[in-house]
Write a protein that binds this ligand. Structure first.
Ligand code: ATP
Length: 287
């Protein structure tokens, strides 16, 4: 089977938490290329976090598999960095120590100086040089989230997994961190899988947006190609001619179409279903 050329290939993934209940999701197929930024959107409970946890190796799928760079994902690994909504910092460690701890796990042979220098480089990237000796309890929510991002980037993961990392932040802080994330991803050609509920965030950041139908029996219903040119800026995004076709398409899905597949899935009528590939404002084709 020729899988080595695809960075990440997810095939026929399904998950059931209870044997006597329908699966949360099933028949999940998608691919991510190196350097791609992919967002996933869907209503609460369709299984987005479960998929991310399978990719992180924190959860086992019931069926199917996820293959990254030719190797099946099994268990957590430092080639994948995760940022959770709740930032999960170690409260007894300083900002620098939180990042350095992760760096030491990834590069156990490095000297203390190397680890410190590397950690500081990533703290600088997220604008936290002056906070390196603070404890998490002394930081704002936005600062904690930046430490989580610096920590995830500092282990130089091949894939970054972001579970609504900005969900709890105010709009201003969120915007600043989104800009930082975009900049770092561009500089490092980072591959990203990100869960968000915010369609504007998805339009700003992503190369493609996967839309999940409602659970149980959730599917990837559509893969929407982001037709807005790269180099996007929050301030003028809404002036782009592609912005409203894109935004309307995403919102229409969430409001109107997200339930459509659920009924068919519950009747077992979706065997072999492939997501529709959509280019809003341009065209719609079935894969
Ligand atoms: N450990 C678990 N045991 C049993 N059921 C679970 C477990 N984790 C998740 N579920 C169920 O699986 C379904 C999908 O949950 P998941 O958190 O993956 O959804 P989600 O799309 O990320 O939701 P949200 O947008 O609200 O975060 C939900 O119905 C949830 O109750």
């Amino acid at each position: 089977m020729q899988i080595e050329n695809t960075f990440l290939k997810v095939s026929n993934l399904s998950k059931s938490y209870k044997a006597d209940a329908p699966p949360v999701f099933e028949g999940i197929d998608f691919e991510i290329e190196k350097g791609e930024f992919v967002c996933i959107i869907g209503h609460s409970g369709c299984g987005k976090t479960t998929i991310l946890n399978v990719l992180a190796g924190l959860e086992e799928a019931t069926g199917g598999n996820a293959i990254m760079l030719g190797k099946r994902i099994q268990g957590p690994g430092l080639e994948r960095g995760v940022v959770f909504q709740g930032h999960a910092l170690m409260p007894w460690m300083t900002v620098l120590q939180n990042v350095a701890f992760a760096v030491k796990s990834k590069y156990p042979d490095w000297s203390k100086e190397q680890i410190t220098e590397h950690s500081k480089k990533y703290l600088a990237m997220v604008g936290l040089v002056n906070a390196e000796n603070k404890k998490p309890s002394e930081l704002s929510g936005g600062m904690k989230q930046r430490v989580g991002i610096a920590r995830a980037f500092a282990i130089e993961p091949k894939m970054l997994l972001l579970d609504e990392p900005f969900g709890a932040l105010d709009a201003l802080t969120r915007g600043v961190i989104q800009d930082e994330l975009l900049k770092i991803c561009k500089e490092t050609n980072q591959t990203v899988f990100m869960i968000t509920h915010d369609v504007d965030e998805a339009i700003l950041l992503s190369d493609k947006i996967m839309l999940m139908s409602n659970g149980p029996n959730a599917r990837i219903a559509e893969i929407v190609v982001n037709t807005l040119p790269k180099g996007r800026k929050r301030a003028n995004l809404h002036h782009d001619a592609m912005y409203y076709p894109m935004r309307n398409h995403l919102v229409d899905f969430l409001v109107n179409r997200s339930k459509d597949l659920q009924v068919k899935g519950a009747k077992g009528e979706l065997d072999g279903y492939k997501p529709v590939i959509v280019l809003p404002g341009v065209d719609a084709v079935v894969a």
